[in-house]
Design a protein around this ligand. Structure first.
Ligand SMILES: [Zn+2]
Length: 649
């Protein structure tokens, strides 16, 4: 081709390179051959699996055998990761300016030196960390560096890779995780050693290790598979996330000895463990075990929706319920009354509290377990995803020495998470921060948390009155749900305390109306309310399968005033990694109402909620729907989700 000629319709590799693309690829090689093309475009490739890689290499080999080698232009992360993992520099040819070489092995060098070489660490900080590591004989240097925030997990993994002369590959992140890989190594072994098998090429399997110095890790894989093993390095978090994906895929395909819940031989204890672990892996918030006349249904709530996991035979379901009741400290012989209990579930990598609740139904007892993960820390306030302007306003409100800041929304809208993030933000050694909650969902460092106990007579208002005598600066009330609690909250904020609480209302202005309805004098609401955050959760589009759509012109016209931008947005498709739902995870959308002077005046006059909302919008409040549509513009969620969660105004 003459240099001045633009490449006409460069042949493109498909976005997903797997077995189902063998025809597309066949045609592509044929066309390349006929047209004498020596360059193909790799910029679409978003994932590849073992079959995809084999097909690709096959084509490249044949092309080379009948002529000049083919170069892949604009290679994406999966192509680069596969080349790095299997050392395919001869066969997978990229343009010369693509920099993706394994860093020169620095064998024999100490970890600290490698980190300094890579520019991740200064000599000074290294010395300090070395000292600390020496004081803690049970920890090694890398761990100290990460814990102290001196290097990131990824930097450490890259340094470990370099120290051992291995490539760094993040299989999930770089799109080379083959979840259908059958490697026959028990998950327990993979988790213990921190091994993530991700691609196979012929008789060789590529695995990521969290610790390249673990000499047994590769042996474990060799022993179970009989394959030769290529090792690369990734972060522990990346390896766990990858293993979660594989385990989820195995469970979805109904296979896998470890995850099969159907075997008769499995005892109640083991079944209970499996149910809990799988629920955690799926990211479930609740586990439902429901009796029906001829079976017991097991369902998980994931991203706010229940979905069926399996159906158990009646006797198996009943022994499972009995096991749960015993562990939760419930009375096992009592089956006619609802009971509450708690199970602390812990294994090597997980630490969760299960809040257990039983309810008699006509078919027997139904058990619901809420999963409260003790290991998740409160998300930093600035990571919740509030718009900059909203963030500034909220930050200002929570820095005030007194007044009320409320977070509102329906059940399951993430109110508590937001409140914990706020708490985390304002905790410091000079303030006394106390909470009254039902239940305490998460421990916050430096905060006095009290859990109410109705059975023992420890109610919200009793707790609060006692707490006020403890000289608090900041008080968090789990939820204001009655006049007594509302009164104390107002009283406390009038007497020089910052009060944080959640409330059940549809929007931010509704919080003022709700307090007045409960019986608080409008002028007191006006005097104490500083800011209200209303929130909802929208489901996030699965990054693996979201597909662009052009919304109809009428839709654009309808939502343009809420900020919907012209051009493309995305719709949900569905793939194995998202259980065919098209969505993966959730995130918050928010509206933040700052109580301005004008709003104060209006609130004092006991206004209709609609009037209050109108004024709040005039005073600059962005609505839930606008925030949702902003996420649509950014390709994070769909318009349907934004409307479902954000309402119509
Ligand atoms: Zn998907």
């Amino acid at each position: 081709m003459h240099p001045s000629e633009q490449p006409v319709n460069l042949l493109r590799l498909p976005a997903v390179l797997n077995r189902t693309r063998s025809e597309d690829l066949g045609e592509l090689w044929l066309a390349a051959n006929e047209q004498g093309v020596r360059e193909i475009d790799g910029s679409d490739v978003s994932t590849l699996d073992s079959s995809g890689l084999a097909l690709l290499l096959d084509g490249l080999r044949r092309a080379r055998s009948i002529g000049e080698a083919i170069t892949i232009m604009a290679p994406t992360a999966p192509l680069m990761a596969a080349r790095r993992a299997f050392n395919l520099y001869d066969l997978l040819m990229f343009p010369a300016d693509i920099e993706d070489v394994i860093l020169e092995a620095e064998l024999g060098m100490r970890l600290g030196e490698v980190l300094m070489d890579l520019g991740y660490l200064t000599e000074e900080t290294l010395e300090k960390a070395v000292q600390q590591a020496e004081e803690r004989p049970d920890t090694y240097l890398g761990q100290v560096l990460v814990e102290e925030g001196l290097v990131t997990e990824e930097q450490l993994a890259r340094a470990l890779a370099m120290q051992h002369g291995l490539p760094y590959v993040d299989p999930l992140g770089e799109g080379v995780l083959d979840v259908s890989l059958e490697c026959e190594v028990p998950f327990a072994e993979l988790r213990v050693h921190g091994i993530l098998p991700y691609l196979r090429l012929g008789d060789t399997i590529a695995v990521s290790l969290k610790d390249p110095a673990d000499v047994y890790a590769a042996d474990v894989v060799r022993k179970y598979t009989g394959l030769s093993v290529i090792t690369t390095v990734a972060t522990p978090a990346a390896i766990n996330a990858g293993l979660d994906q594989i385990q989820r895929a195995v469970a979805a395909s109904g296979g896998g000895g470890e995850t099969g819940l159907h075997e008769e031989s499995v005892g109640a204890e083991e079944r209970f463990n499996e149910i809990v672990i799988n629920a955690i892996i799926e990211g479930a918030s609740d586990i439902h075990i429901e009796p029906f006349p001829d079976h017991v249904l097991l369902r998980y709530r994931v991203d706010g929706r229940l979905h069926e996991v399996t159906r158990l035979a009646k006797d198996i379901g009943h022994s499972l319920c009995a096991r749960i009741k015993v562990a939760a400290g419930c009375d096992i012989s009592e089956k006619r009354l609802p009971q509450d209990g708690r199970i602390h579930y812990q294994d090597r990598t997980r630490d969760v509290d299960l809040r257990v609740n039983t309810l008699p139904t006509v078919n027997g007892e139904k058990v619901v377990m809420r999963i409260l993960d003790r290991t998740t820390k409160a998300l930093a306030l600035d990571l919740l995803g509030l718009q900059d302007r909203d963030m500034e306003q909220l930050d200002e409100a929570i820095r005030m020495p007194h007044g009320m800041v409320l977070v509102t929304g329906p059940t399951g809208s993430g109110k508590t998470t937001t409140l914990y993030s706020v708490l985390d933000e304002i905790v410091n050694p000079e303030t006394n921060v106390s909470t009254v909650e039902n239940p305490v969902e998460r421990a916050v460092k430096g905060v006095n948390q009290t859990q109410i106990n109705q059975k023992a007579g420890l109610s919200f208002d009793l707790c609060l009155r006692a707490l006020l005598r403890q000289d608090p600066d900041v008080i968090m009330i789990g939820e204001i749900r009655d006049m007594e609690t509302a009164e104390i909250a107002v009283e406390a904020s009038l007497t020089g305390h910052l009060v944080l609480a959640t409330l059940h209302t549809n929007d931010a202005p509704g919080a003022a109306s709700r307090l007045i309805q409960m019986g608080v004098e409008p002028f007191l609401v006006s005097a104490t309310l500083r800011a209200v955050v209303a929130q909802r959760l929208v489901r996030k589009l699965c990054e693996q399968c979201k597909k662009p759509v052009d919304l109809p012109q009428a839709t654009h016209d309808k939502y343009r005033s809420f900020g919907l931008q012209d051009g493309q947005s995305y719709s949900a498709a569905g793939c194995p990694s998202c259980r065919q739902t098209g969505y993966d995870g959730r995130r918050g959308i928010f509206e933040v109402m700052t109580v301005t002077q004008n709003l104060q005046d209006l609130i004092a006059s006991n206004p209709a909620t609609a009037d209050l909302r109108r004024l709040a919008l005039e005073e600059g409040m962005g609505s839930l729907l606008e925030d949702g549509i902003d996420r649509v513009n950014r390709g994070i969620t769909t318009l349907e989700e934004a409307i479902r969660a954000g309402g119509t105004s």
